[in-house]
Design a protein around this ligand. Structure first.
Ligand SMILES: [Zn+2]
Length: 212
């Protein structure tokens, strides 16, 4: 896998991998002994994946990628706190990664817990409060809208906050060396659906879905 991809090329690699995953034609690339040796001395990932910790949204699996491909930062509800921002900036500034993908998903427990907190006023347990506090401003005014709408809203807001809060990412996007894509993942079909993009990347025609 060539390391020096453009943002658009990096997105296409992920879109193609997700299309294979959806179709059941996965290739499990870059997962063998030869790849371990190839990446022994350095990593050249071409995407930072900022995703939810949910066990059903495993980054390399759903994009059919392997070792050295993705720089992955996952928290419950993909909240961009300072250490997450630091990890993203490490990928963009020090590793030269051309693409950041914020990936939410249907059935997100962190979003559901936040909406439950908004409706009932019940306090989240322990440090879960830190997650809920980050998500709440994105979904507090949604009323009885479906959770899927809350997930999409939270993804778009996370992309906006990421570009607003990270000067490193904002400069890379402005320079055209990096793009940020927000997307949602559908648990049963396995499809990643792009929702929003900043920077030099084409999300493709039609309904925005990846692949066939
Ligand atoms: Zn989740």
């Amino acid at each position: 896998m060539p390391a020096d991809l453009t943002p658009a090329e990096a997105w296409r690699v992920l879109a193609d991998g997700n299309a294979r995953f959806v179709a059941g034609t996965v290739e499990h690339p870059s997962q063998g002994a030869d790849r371990r040796a190839e990446v022994r001395d350095e990593q050249r990932p071409y995407a930072v994946l900022v995703g939810c910790s949910d066990s059903r949204v495993a980054a390399e699996i759903i994009f059919d990628r392997g070792l050295g491909d993705l720089f992955v930062v996952r928290t419950a509800g993909h909240v961009p706190d300072v250490t997450v921002l630091g990890s993203i900036e490490y990928g963009v500034a020090l590793l030269g990664v051309p693409l950041v993908v914020v990936l939410g998903h249907r059935g997100c427990g962190a979003v559901a817990a936040t909406r439950d907190h908004v409706r009932t006023g019940r306090e989240p347990v322990g440090y879960v409060r830190g997650i809920v506090d980050r998500i709440r401003p994105h979904v507090a005014d949604l009323g009885e809208a479906p959770d899927d709408e809350a997930v999409r809203r939270h993804v778009r807001a996370t992309v906006r906050e990421l570009v607003e809060d990270s000067v490193v990412v904002a400069r890379a996007v402005a320079a055209g060396t990096c793009a940020v894509v927000g997307a949602t993942y559908e648990l049963v079909e396995g499809r990643v659906v792009p929702e929003v993009a900043r920077g030099p990347v084409d999300l493709g025609p039609g309904d925005g879905s990846m692949g066939a």
